[in-house]
Design a binder for this molecule. Structure first.
Ligand code: F6P
Ligand code: MG
Length: 440
């Protein structure tokens, strides 16, 4: 647990972690309660009185949870007996040992990364402990809505991809590079929390996420995309079967579409032979992708009333059927651990990731876990903060939504702080940060 700079925590009054635990987390729990309540009639239709009873019990669990957060109660052991419970409870014990007394592990005093992850696991506990509604995804409505709201941008993106594929001429390396960079950036900005890239802003035309890119360039603080390209196009391959790219997914909705389009491009233009997508095994951080979201998104894309969009969906389904694409989940992704602990805490996953030629880590939470969500100096290198986590060449595609950022030029962070105090949490800035493992 002791890995360098100190972890971000709500202890620091006024910090983003503090505001999150104080305001944003209770609001999220309230929204979950509302979503369960809105589905009361559905539960009744499906399960009769048992459904209503489960709804009431889940809501009372969640109200208790919200109260624990708001009154800074100690973090409790999990009791639902499911497969990841031991890992959570051991983690809690480790924190208790480090901090010396049981009472000191609490919402406002402990590392933000840990308590925030724990909240999502407790929300899930409220669902799992309450059959028959234990399959209910409390965040489903938001995820599907965000997919439908970004329909125009999805159409534009699928049309862009299909137009590239239609061109019978083999693209020159330069053209391939240009288009790779475009789709990598689209996938990066797909992570922008407010999905504004998809909502049709006045600074670009026709809702096209690709046309918006030149205007967004100044906001990419670190851009290692050339190194990502070099890793992809180098002749060495980790796998016998060919090049494998792993995408550690973040959010459903438009971001997932941007990831699928990038993956399709990589395969269609022979930059990768195989793609492994990694998702979450239960609903997580409001909009993260689960297996159900993944399948649903591909089905919806296939069924779209637009030629190029549905063509993409059909192709994606075929990639999955043929094993060119595959979806994976692992309990480690929904634990609070920093990634530098993966080799010890989830050696099977670490070994699997070693088989990739490139791993793309999407989004802010993955960045927090890569860096340990710590108060690093802005100029510390990305390599340093990974603290030995280097299963394969890896790249973080992340818009900034938390107070951690490394690998900046001297003075760059300070300048941004003086110009825009909330530059680290607004989602307006982004990084494409690459790391190549050291040779053994
Ligand atoms: O807005 C802050 C936050 O809730 C962070 O706690 C978390 O890291 C992030 O949002 C989730 O963003 P992303 O979906 O990019 O991981
Ligand atoms: Mg997310």
């Amino acid at each position: 647990l002791n890995h360098g700079a100190s972890p971000l925590s709500a202890k620091v009054v006024g910090s983003f972690a503090y505001l999150t635990v104080k305001d944003r987390m209770p609001t999220i729990i309230t929204k979950v309660i509302d979503s369960i309540h809105r589905n009361k009639n559905k539960f009744f239709e499906e399960y009769g009185e048992d459904g209503i009873e489960a709804e009431k019990r889940a809501i009372s669990f969640l109200s208790k949870l919200r109260n624990e957060v708001q009154t800074d109660k100690p973090i409790l052991e999990l009791t639902d007996g499911l497969r990841d419970v031991d890992a959570w409870n051991q983690h809690l014990q480790r924190h208790q040992t480090v901090q010396g007394s049981k009472e000191s592990v609490s919402w406002f005093k402990s590392p933000w990364l840990y308590v925030e992850c724990y909240m999502y696991r407790r929300i899930q506990e409220a669902i799992w402990l309450n059959p028959p509604i234990n399959e209910f995804d409390v965040f489903n409505e938001g995820k599907t809505q965000s997919f439908f709201e970004s329909q125009q941008a999805t159409i534009a993106l699928c049309t862009f991809l299909e137009t590239l594929k239609k061109d019978k001429d083999i693209p020159s390396k330069n053209l391939l590079f240009d288009n790779f960079i475009k789709l990598l950036q689209v996938s990066l900005w797909g992570n922008k929390c407010d999905l504004s890239i998809s909502a049709g802003q006045e600074n670009y035309q026709k809702d096209s996420p690709v046309e918006a890119l030149p205007n967004l360039k100044p906001f990419v603080l670190v851009d290692d995309s050339h190194m990502v390209w070099a890793a992809l196009t180098s002749s060495k391959s980790n796998t016998v079967s060919g090049k494998r790219v792993d995408i550690v997914l973040d959010n459903a909705g438009f971001e997932l579409v941007t990831d699928l389009v990038l993956a399709d491009f990589l395969v269609s233009f022979c930059l990768a032979d195989e793609i492994h997508f990694h998702g979450k095994s239960f609903p997580w951080f409001v909009s993260d992708v689960t297996a159900k979201d993944f399948e649903w998104t591909i089905r919806q894309t296939m069924a779209a009333n637009h030629k190029w969009m549905s063509k993409c969906g059909v192709q994606w389904k075929k990639y999955l059927k043929d094993g060119v694409w595959s979806y994976h989940d692992h309990p480690f992704w929904t634990l609070p651990h920093e990634f530098c602990d993966m080799a010890v805490d989830a050696p099977d996953l670490y070994t699997k990731l070693k088989g990739a030629d490139l791993i793309l880590f999407k989004g802010d939470l993955n960045y927090r876990k890569l860096t340990g969500d710590r108060d690093w100096d802005f100029t510390v290198s990305f390599d340093t903060v990974l603290r030995g986590f280097e299963p394969s060449p890896l790249c973080s595609l992340r818009t900034l939504k938390a107070n951690v950022q490394v690998g900046l030029q001297p003075g760059q962070g300070e300048r941004l702080t003086s110009q825009e105090p909330n530059w680290m949490t607004s989602g307006k800035y982004a990084v494409i940060q690459f790391h190549m493992p050291h040779v053994e």
